[in-house]
Design a protein around this ligand. Sequence first.
Ligand code: FES
Length: 226
Amino acid sequence: MSIMNIEVLAGGKRYRFQSEAGTSLKDCLLKAGILEGAECGGRGICGKCAVKVRSGTLAPVEGDESFLMTRGDGKVLACQSLIREDVVIEISAGRDDVRRKVRLPNLQKEKKYSDSLLEKKFIQLSKPSLRDQASDLERILAQVGKNKKVAFSLLGGLPEIVRKADFEVTAVLVEDELIAVEPGDTHALRYGFILDIGTTTIAVYLVDLLSGEVLDADGTANPQRV
Ligand code: FES
């Protein structure tokens, strides 16, 4: 068993590892997490596994050296190449490129985006006194419904929020749960995310839940697409 040294330049980084002679270069690169584009499954069709050989040579899978080459640009297909000696290769479509920005489909302003379970209610609370020693939470629940569930995480900061806002706050509810209390009147500010996890693309859209307008969008290639 001969062990060969593989050096890979990709995305401005240098990777070094070893592999047995006779191993597929594509399998080495996938295992090392460097190559992520092998969309045709290694049949030599998509060209996504093209690499440039800086030094050393590779053996062709089928015994035909010409099948290694792509478009005469000095690149070879990793899926059609076997390790036979120490090599240095360069990849331009490496891990960093796979995380590139992707073209996102335009989401139109649609009513369904504003059909959300989120509710906001602006409330003015009475201030505690010797005669009225109800807790902040009790005062809020008295206005939004005593039977609401309460997110435990909001209790710690509640006294400070209520006092800084001079007892004028906005209760944020999702169905029968109070999930947040915001200082002041924020009932007209309602934002949500639409998260679209596809096999090739992950996209996220920031949506105004009142108007249904898509305010911003961003996305990336899904790193699991291989
Ligand atoms: S994986 Fe498609 S050409 Fe190599």
